[in-house]
Design a binder for this molecule. Structure first.
Ligand SMILES: *Cc1c(COP(=O)(O)O)cnc(C)c1O
Length: 224
């Protein structure tokens, strides 16, 4: 946690940024979900955020969250999203722990999730940049993957997510955001997960419905 600001002050600042971007884009504030990204931070931070009214949380690592979940009090209204890469051999565990999996990127993973649950909300991660190390479905493969997720009776496909190539300049993300918005529209999915601490304004202006915010709420992270 940044020593100079309390969590309440940081949350207020993030909410103000979201409100200002929504106003510029003529959108209702309620159309944007603030997903608090708590990876690497302890259960006590999730508890504090929950006590401050946040209800949606993003975690990147199945094992880390399994341990954290065991330390958390009930948090009955919390919704936990997996936003990190998921290997298909961990699909069953992830399906038990998370209410939303944002990072489906292969039909094999979709099949594994479908076998593990009765009803699970999923989103497809789309890789719009060309960095070799990033996960996600290539735009050319998206129609086929959407088709195969939609044939899984236990999965509800609600949206797309993306992580643009990192750049200090948030304007560099804008064309990726616009592209994801068009893909979501083309394929008839409602939720669009894009925008992080650095570029949430551009994401909201381009149609984001879920901004995933870590650093701006909780301060810098140590590497896991
Ligand atoms: C860590 C992470 C975030 C949060 O990034 P910040 O820059 O700290 O806001 C958002 N999305 C994904 C997929 C992440 O891994």
């Amino acid at each position: 946690m940044h020593p100079r600001f309390t969590f309440a002050e940081r949350l207020h600042a993030v909410r103000s940024r979201i409100a200002a971007a929504c106003a510029r884009a003529h959108r209702a504030e309620a159309s944007v979900t603030l997903l608090a990204v708590t990876k690497v931070f302890p259960a006590s931070i999730v508890e504090e955020a929950y006590a401050s009214g946040l209800r949606e949380f993003g975690e990147n690592y199945v094992q880390e969250f399994e341990d954290k979940r065991a330390q958390l009090p009930a948090c009955p209204e919390a919704v936990f999203h997996l936003i990190g890469h998921l290997q298909s051999n961990k699909a069953s565990k992830a399906a038990d722990l998370f209410q939303v999996i944002q990072t489906v990127d292969t039909s094999k993973l979709a099949r594994r999730l479908n076998e593990a649950v009765n009803d699970l909300e999923v989103m497809i991660e789309v890789k719009l940049g060309d960095e070799p190390s990033k996960h996600g479905c290539a735009p050319d493969d998206l129609p086929a993957l959407i088709e195969s997720v939609r044939t899984c009776p236990n999965l509800r496909l609600t949206g797309l997510m993306t992580i643009p190539p990192w750049d200090d300049d948030p304007e560099k993300s804008r064309s990726y955001f616009a592209r994801l918005q068009r893909l979501a529209q083309t394929h008839g999915v409602e939720r669009i997960s894009m925008g992080m601490s650095n570029d949430l304004e551009a994401a909201i202006e381009e149609g984001s419905t879920i901004v995933r915010v870590g650093t701006a709420l909780f301060g810098p992270r140590k590497r896991p």
